[in-house]
Design a protein. Sequence first.
Length: 356
Amino acid sequence: MSGNTFGTVFRVTTYGESHGPALGAVIDGCPSGLPLSAADIQKELDRRRPGQSALTTPRKEPDVAVIESGVFEGRTTGAPIAVRIVNENQRPSDYGDTARLFRPGHADRTWFEKYGLRDYRGGGRSSGRETAARVAAGAVAKKLLGLYGIRICAWTESIGPIAAKSGAPENAESNAVRCRDAEAAAEMEAYIQAKAAEKESVGGVVACRADGLPVGWGEPVFDKLDAVLAHAVLSVGGVKGIEFGSGFAASLLCGSENNRPGHSGGVLGGISDGEPLFFRVAVKPTPSVFKTQIFRGEDGTETETALRGRHDPCLCPRIVPVIEAMTAVVLADFALLGRCSRTGKPALQTEEKTLK
Ligand SMILES: Cc1cc2nc3c(=O)[nH]c(=O)nc-3n(C[C@H](O)[C@H](O)[C@H](O)COP(=O)(O)O)c2cc1C
């Protein structure tokens, strides 16, 4: 299996399966001297971990981050940073009934056809649990970006037909759906719970904004800033679409309208243009639902049955920190790559603050 590593200079490799002993991330290419503690990583993991509210899976995982290398006396050394997260709440018995069946909407059949075998326990490596490792790596990237004065904030913009109407993105952490609009958040919660009671799940839209980006990040041919962000974000399970700035709505505008500030999403020609980076992602309804469905088996037969186990009726609240993490990993990489653009000091780029 290839493709377990992401990035060019700031390179993140994740490992581990949903019901294996542990999962984790190895971050290569992080410069030395960056202050970093397990608490910096834990803060982000606590936002992604299951069991945070009635809206997330009751699987209780403390998701404790252990830094195993690359940090000495509270600072990065320049060596690979390894972060391990032990899986403590495996319950493979939840999957006994459906072990030889492919769950609809999951990667079960495609992985089986590709590799000839699969870890049926929660999807193994294809599980959303793999994103805990990404969040750990994203926490390191966020620390690095802090030196450049960059802040990343993602939030739930809509759930099913209910959309946020007002509110600052920073408000989103104050409710369980992570929506910037408290009134819409209450409606969203009720909607998710009503659908969960029908043994159903729902999807939504997550938005992300990064402030403080200098002009000039992004490599403008194959590794455009928006292209790499799309790669990073679409690699998160359950994310089905992405649009930058005016996005698909740009197709309805005239050129002069779309040329106005705020429509670019902060990227022109694959290079950051100095405006806030802004994009939205479409999140599909959680594939695991408790309704009776038709399952195809490894032997080609079809069975009508229902899933057991523990699943989020809506992925958006837990995908929010994952989107921030992947954005941070991409931006940290471009921050380091940006140092190679010119001889001398790039005129328009922010220099990182000197470490004390
Ligand atoms: C943080 C996170 C948590 C997830 N939790 C669940 C879950 O509890 N149940 C589920 O069916 N899918 C969950 N998923 C989504 C599946 O992993 C994903 O839909 C599946 O692997 C198929 O991939 P695809 O939807 O990208 O095609 C989660 C995804 C993420 C990112």
